[in-house]
Design a protein around this ligand. Structure first.
Ligand SMILES: Cc1cc2nc3c(=O)[nH]c(=O)nc-3n(C[C@H](O)[C@H](O)[C@H](O)COP(=O)(O)O)c2cc1C
Length: 197
């Protein structure tokens, strides 16, 4: 089996609600023959446990069966993606906590998710964040404004009401496709996710 690109896509999973967004993003990429490097914060596992039916460890085992899959623990600051000389197609942080956004906006790189994001910014590679918090306070908004000014794409976890989806699953799929579009990995949304007048 030939993988789509030589370079991987990096997916960081943090401790914001919405573990299924991270799960579905990685699953889509692996099923579509991308190389994928996954890393996570320690809080991501706590939230995953709360929200998902299968443990993070079980999912990692399943993903390991894909040829293009690689995993680094969030503590592993010696991982390839901690270095700018290691080429990637870009990175998405999905879901992205306000804590991780605050760290990235201040250049604080205490774990591999934050360091890989910092590398994406300094190497001018696509970086997409999928924040989830409600309500948003001024600190959150100012941090996101700073990241937006640096060219980071922000995909909020918001339903496209105009598409009249009935399930959370459909909304999740929509946000995953929006994330892939923002990473330039697809050039359009699937037809059923496109507004028609
Ligand atoms: C069940 C659960 C849900 C959470 N949901 C959110 C959330 O939606 N957004 C957020 O910013 N933080 C959320 N948090 C808090 C973060 O996990 C916490 O701020 C943590 O320090 C984030 O660390 P990280 O950025 O290293 O993942 C949640 C925590 C738990 C336990």
């Amino acid at each position: 089996m030939v993988l789509k690109y030589e370079d991987p896509v990096v997916i960081g999973i943090t401790g914001a609600s919405g573990s299924s967004l991270g799960y579905k993003t990685v699953q889509y990429l692996l099923e579509n023959d991308y190389k994928v490097i996954v890393t996570n914060t320690s809080s991501a596992r706590l939230v995953w446990k709360q929200e998902m039916d299968e443990s993070f460890g079980e999912i990692l085992e399943k993903w390991s069966e894909y040829k293009g899959f690689q995993y680094f623990s969030g503590n592993d600051l010696s991982a390839s993606i901690a270095s700018g000389s290691f080429k990637t197609l870009g990175m998405a942080i999905v879901p992205c906590s306000m804590n991780t956004i605050a760290s990235i906006s201040q250049g604080i790189t205490g774990d591999l998710v934050k360091r890989a994001a910092d590398v994406s910014i300094k190497e001018d590679r696509p970086l997409v964040i999928v924040p989830r918090e409600s309500p948003l306070n001024t600190i959150h908004l100012e941090n996101m404004t700073k990241l937006s000014k640096l060219g980071i794409k922000i995909i909020p976890v918001e339903p496209p009401f105009y598409l009249k989806f009935k399930t959370v699953d459909e909304v999740t799929d929509f946000i995953v496709q929006r994330t892939l579009l923002a990473l330039n990995l697809i050039d359009r949304l699937p037809d059923y996710m496109t507004y028609k007048s």
